[in-house]
Design a protein around this ligand. Sequence first.
Ligand code: GRF
Length: 198
Amino acid sequence: MSDRPDLAVLISGTGRHLANFIRLCNAGELPARVTVVLSTKPDVRGVHIARDAGLRVHVVRPGPAFDDRVTAALSATPVSLVCMAGFLSLWRFPPGYEGRVINIHPALLPAFGGKGFYGLRVHEAVLDSGATESGCTVHYVDDQYDHGPIILQRRVPVLPGDTPTKLAERVFEQELIAYPEAVRRLAAGDATKMRDER
Ligand code: GRF
């Protein structure tokens, strides 16, 4: 991978990670650039963030030939790393993308991941389980939800009186550190070391 990767950011909603990537790239704090944004929904905050930043945006709604339509959209722009960030669909990518598609999940995978584990549901499940810690995971994407090899994790305590919202906020603070850090290390060619950190 290039030491300054071209990022595609795949979203379905609020785009806080997208905004963070754009900010860090513009500030020179992340050696990368966002070249394209793909959203499964047309009128979400993340799409507006992308357009305001002057980025190319593709809206690809779930439905027939979804995988092919995503692949076609991404192929129109140089992309070295695909970052899923709040992307709620499964993209079964074609050969050539292996090791170049990553995701962030707001729990310590392999726990509390998989289809249906998104948003506050993740944090509700963590609290219901009685777990004493949670966190976030950046991982390579494969053909299952929240499943590929782990790149890095950051942990937070579960505190007395936590609600799903409070826990989500604490985890998200760490997500904003974890995701750029994973991209930095991938750009530096440190993927093997990253895998060993689990
Ligand atoms: C994050 O919590 C991430 O872990 C999960 O979806 C959320 C995305 O947030 N996959 P945003 O869409 O970037 O605001």
